[in-house]
Design a binder for this molecule. Structure first.
Ligand code: AFP
Length: 341
C-alpha cells in the first residue's frame, strides 16, 4: 500500500491531519507486512514497546531509577529498566513460533527460542537505547531489526544488512511512537493511550534534504580524525556544500531521539570511529543500533555510512560488533564519504 504524505503545513512535513482516516498498526501490517507471520512478530514487538513505554512512564514511582550492580556485554553498568525492558522483549516475542533467535544488547550470548531453521526469524534489538537519559527524564527508545535465517545452521544467524525484512524503533518521549520500514518507505505510528493502539500519524517519512543541524558528541573532538575535524569545523563556519550557512548543533546522547529528529527535521548524526574507540571498532553497535537505523534513514531518502561504505553493507562477524556511524541528509553523507575517499 502506498500512503501519500499530506501537504506540509507550518513548515513541518509528515503530519497526519486529524480528519484523515485512522489506520491502526494492525490494519497497516495486514496490508504491508507481506507475511502474516512477520505481521505477528511486529505486533509482538509493538506490544513490548507499549509495555516498556508504561515502565518508563512510572519508573520513578516504581523505584526503577538509578543503576544496578549488573554489567552488560559492553562493560556498561545496567539500569533497572535496561534489564526489565529486555525481559519484556523476551516475554513478548519468544512465544512467536516463527522466531528462532534473539540478539539483545543486554545479553552476551544469542538466545535460541526455537531450533535454527531456514526462513525462521531472527530479532536483533536494543531494548532501551539511551538509558543514561532515564534519570533526567529525556527521550529514550527501543531499536530492532528482523531478518531470516539463511540456512538450518546456527552459524548463519548474524543478519546481513541487505537482507533485513523490517527495521524500526520506538521512541518514548512526550508521546510514544513506533517508526517502521520494510525497505521502501518509512511510516510512523503514535500510541493512542485511549485505545492502547498504535495509529498511523506520520506516513511516508522523508529525511528533509536541506540539512541545517548536526549531532555529534563534541567532547570527543580531541580523538577525531581530520575528516571529522574538518567537517564539523565547516558546519560551524557554514562552509559545507551548497548551503553556505552555519549549522545548529544538537546532541541528546540517545540515538533514537537524534535519528527521530533527523527524520522529522533533517540534519546529520555522527558517532565516528576515533582514536579512542578505534580498537573496539567504534562506539555504536552494528546489529541493533547502526544497521536498523541505516535501513530506516535510507528508506526515508537519506544516507548512512561508516565513512567508507554504506552501513548496510558492513558485515557482522560477532553479535555485539561496533561500528562508526554517520547518517542523515544524503547530500551531507555524500560529502563526508567523498572526503574519506
Ligand atoms: P546508553 O544506552 O548507554 O545511554 O548509550 C546510548 C548510545 O548507545 C546512543 O544511543 C547514543 O547516541 C550514544 O550511546 C551516546 O554516547 P555518548 O555517551 O558517548 O555521548
Amino acid at each position: 500500500m502506498s500512503i501519500q504524505a499530506p501537504k506540509p503545513s507550518h513548515g513541518c512535513s509528515n503530519i497526519w491531519p486529524a480528519d484523515m482516516q485512522r489506520i491502526t498498526l494492525t490494519e497497516y501490517l495486514a496490508r504491508n507486512a507481506g507475511e502474516a507471520a512477520l505481521a505477528d512478530l511486529i505486533e509482538c514487538i509493538a506490544s513490548a514497546c507499549w509495555s516498556i513505554s508504561n515502565l518508563v512512564n512510572v519508573s520513578a514511582l516504581a523505584g526503577h531509577q538509578g543503576s544496578t550492580d549488573e554489567i552488560n556485554p559492553h562493560g556498561e553498568v545496567q539500569k533497572p529498566l535496561d534489564i526489565l525492558a529486555d525481559e519484556v522483549f523476551v516475554r513478548s516475542c519468544s512465544a512467536n513460533a516463527n522466531l528462532s533467535a534473539l540478539i539483545s544488547e543486554e545479553v552476551e550470548e544469542i538466545t535460541w527460542v526455537n531450533p535454527a531453521q531456514t526462513g525462521a526469524y531472527v530479532l536483533a534489538y536494543d531494548p532501551l537505547d539511551g538509558s543514561s537519559n532515564l534519570d533526567v527524564d529525556l527521550s529514550v527508545g527501543s531499536i530492532f531489526a528482523v531478518s531470516k535465517l539463511r540456512s538450518d545452521s546456527a552459524e548463519d544467524v548474524l543478519p546481513n544488512g541487505r537482507n533485513l525484512l523490517c527495521s524500526g524503533y520506538a521512541i518514548y518521549g512526550p508521546s510514544t511512537m513506533l517508526v517502521l520500514t520494510f525497505g521502501d518507505q518509512v511510516d510512523g505510528f503514535t500510541l493512542d493511550d485511549s485505545t492502547d493502539s498504535f495509529v498511523l500519524t506520520h506516513p511516508n517519512m522523508k529525511v528533509p534534504q536541506q540539512a541545517c543541524e548536526f549531532a555529534i558528541n563534541v567532547s570527543r573532538q580531541r580523538h577525531w580524525d581530520e575528516t571529522i575535524q574538518s567537517y564539523v569545523s565547516d558546519c560551524l563556519k557554514g562552509a559545507v556544500g551548497p548551503r553556505q550557512k552555519a549549522f545548529n548543533m544538537r546532541w541528546t546522547a540517545s540515538m533514537v531521539a537524534d535519528v527521530h529528529r533527523i527524520l522529522i527535521r533533517g540534519g546529520v548524526f555522527l558517532y565516528p570511529i576515533d582514536a579512542e574507540n578505534a580498537a573496539a571498532g567504534g562506539k555504536l553497535r552494528l546489529l541493533y543500533e547502526a544497521m536498523p537505523m541505516a535501513m530506516i534513514v535510507e528508506a526515508g531518502g537519506g544516507g548512512a555510512t561508516d565513512g567508507r561504505i554504506p552501513l548496510i553493507d558492513v558485515v557482522a562477524t560477532t553479535p555485539h560488533q561496533r561500528t562508526s556511524v554517520i547518517l542523515g541528509a544524503r547530500e551531507e553523507i555524500d560529502l563526508i564519504r567523498a572526503a574519506y575517499s
